[in-house]
Design a binder for this molecule. Structure first.
Ligand code: PEP
Ligand code: MG
Length: 316
């Protein structure tokens, strides 16, 4: 039955009553593109550009080298969406030449956008490479910053994009609770939000994502995390803008239905998960997803939230 459901699963992501939820792929570079295309991804929702920076531990890759990699990805999705995340260095992704070595708490230190604002030449080169790579292509380019904490961060990033002459939408990742709490203020500076639920869980529960002993608190079903996701999605709706999810949460088919019910507008995940998420969404109406989301939020633990959503979605 599972096989049949997956075989029948193709085309754009949508609930059974036709509410569209674009299903996008998380990729680390051009090598991941074929699997994304094969899975029927409607574009890329998270292009983690860190991989480009791993070859050399002393300096950033040249603009030419970056253009080549970005162009390969953009060309693979003509007419589609490609959301590129600018370099997210630091904490769990340290880079020798950019990440301070002496921080007591690297996850709370200079990482993500903070690193780029401290090294504006690295951000300038990356944005210039993206502008050059997108030139003449029909692709719908979106560029987002990791670890945006507040409106000041969002403005600094949007200013850098404008200065680079980038013709794209600029967005902010919501990975820090402050960004979810003040999402409307951040949306005064950028055109979309993308929830990085891996880091958002880490910072909401003060639970290091690399420490197995606190993994219970990394569970994306935690009602507190669902609340912050709902806040972000509601803020985006009020501003007439989009709010996707690109963390691991989007790859759980049941949770994907709940996220849709919370008002999330697109889901981005590893290519292998796309058929499962597509099949799950296609079995439920938007109203059912909304009821499952409300039931999950009304509980007090991740386990109860999962069971509550399951009960709603299997009972109908
Ligand atoms: C996240 O934090 O959820 C995310 C998508 O970014 P990364 O996992 O690369 O930190
Ligand atoms: Mg992150």
């Amino acid at each position: 039955e599972r096989k049949a459901a997956l075989a029948a699963s193709s085309g754009p992501g949508a609930t059974s009553d036709g509410h569209k939820v674009p299903l996008l792929a998380n990729i680390g570079g051009p090598a991941d593109v074929p699997a994304a295309v094969e899975a029927g991804a409607e574009g890329v929702g998270l292009f983690r550009t860190e991989f480009l920076f791993l070859d050399d531990d002393k300096k950033a890759p040249s603009q030419e080298k970056q253009v080549e990699a970005y162009r390969k990805v953009l060309e693979a999705f003509p007419e589609g969406r490609v959301v590129v995340r600018v370099l997210d260095a630091g904490a769990d992704k340290p880079l020798d030449f950019l990440t301070p070595a002496d921080e007591p708490n690297p996850a709370l230190g200079v990482r993500g956008l903070r690193t780029l604002l401290d090294h504006p030449e690295v951000l300038r080169t990356q944005l210039a490479a993206l502008a050059e790579a997108a030139e003449g292509l029909p692709v719908y380019l979106e560029v987002m910053a990791p670890m945006v904490a507040d409106r000041t961060d969002a403005k600094a990033f949007a200013d850098a994009c404008r200065e680079a002459g980038l013709r794209a939408k600029f967005g902010a990742m919501v990975e820090i609770p402050s960004a979810a709490l003040r999402a409307r203020s951040i949306l005064q500076e950028v055109e979309f939000l993308s929830l990085g639920t891996n880091d958002l869980a880490q910072y909401t529960f003060a639970a290091d994502r690399q420490v197995g002993a606190v993994s219970r608190l990394q569970d994306p079903w935690q009602p507190a995390l669902l609340d912050l996701i709902a806040l972000s999605a509601e803020a985006a709706k009020a501003e007439g803008k989009s709010c996707g999810v690109c963390g691991e949460a989007a790859s759980d088919p049941l949770l994907a239905c709940v996220l849709t019910g919370l008002g999330v507008t697109s889901l981005s995940m590893g290519a292998a998960s796309i058929p499962y998420v597509r099949a799950a969404l296609a079995k439920h109406t938007l109203a059912q997803c909304e009821r499952a989301a409300a039931a999950a939020r009304a509980t007090d633990s991740a386990e109860e939230a999962r069971l509550a959503a399951q009960a709603v979605l299997s009972g109908e």
